[in-house]
Design a binder for this molecule. Sequence first.
Ligand SMILES: *[C@@H]1O[C@H](CO)[C@@H](O)[C@H](O)[C@H]1NC(C)=O
Ligand SMILES: *[C@@H]1O[C@H](CO)[C@@H](O)[C@H](O)[C@H]1NC(C)=O
Ligand SMILES: *[C@@H]1O[C@H](CO)[C@@H](O)[C@H](O)[C@H]1NC(C)=O
Ligand SMILES: *[C@@H]1O[C@H](CO)[C@@H](O)[C@H](O)[C@H]1NC(C)=O
Length: 175
Amino acid sequence: MERRRGIGSPAAAAVVVACAVLMMIPEVSSVRYMVGGGKAWSPNVNYTEWAQGKHFYNGDWLFFVYDRNQQSVLEVNKTNYENCNSNDFLHNYTTGAGRDVVPLNQTRPYYFICGNGFCYGGMKLAINVENLPPPPSSSPVKSNVGVLTYTFRGQIVIPAVFAIAAVWDSFRRVW
Ligand SMILES: *[C@@H]1O[C@H](CO)[C@@H](O)[C@H](O)[C@H]1NC(C)=O
Ligand SMILES: *[C@@H]1O[C@H](CO)[C@@H](O)[C@H](O)[C@H]1NC(C)=O
Ligand SMILES: *[C@@H]1O[C@H](CO)[C@@H](O)[C@H](O)[C@H]1NC(C)=O
Ligand SMILES: *[C@@H]1O[C@H](CO)[C@@H](O)[C@H](O)[C@H]1NC(C)=O
């Protein structure tokens, strides 16, 4: 009786879930960044500060969400990023829905500005896309902390944390 209850217990189920979730983490390789986090692509956000401390890797994505009636997403070169010149853009990512996805598929700096003069107010983003490093052996979770809320990795990490908490909780009750 005791043994059968042990196998079917919530603790055992939680261990299985936690292991399954943890095993998924190394397979998730690309991150989709919500540009600007909760403030999205809008005026009065300092995108230099938003990008600070983040590592963008080849294969990641940028997700721009904004007011489609006013703003846009243009890729420009460094000079035009600095001068807010939207006339000679390299790529117009504006699709009209106010939700544009940019694949970071090259290892190089990327420069984005908003048209209609919003660039002068700070709606400009410069990032450097790096090659994905080999998976770290020491602390894989640490590198995920910075992008916890708005990324695919974050969405994987959060259930893992809950699963671990559930395991801990069950053990506490069992013991
Ligand atoms: C954005 O933040 C950076 C770093 O804190 C700062 O150097 C820069 O002047 C800020 N830009 C604006 C437009 O406030
Ligand atoms: C960016 O493009 C402009 C032409 O629109 C050119 O004059 C400038 O030299 C370019 N800057 C860089 C860094 O390539
Ligand atoms: C970018 O493309 C959108 C959608 O086709 C268009 O409405 C907009 O005028 C374009 N922006 C520029 C600067 O050409
Ligand atoms: C990268 O993505 C852009 C935008 O979708 C596309 O135009 C370009 O061809 C892609 N480049 C490579 C090397 O896949």
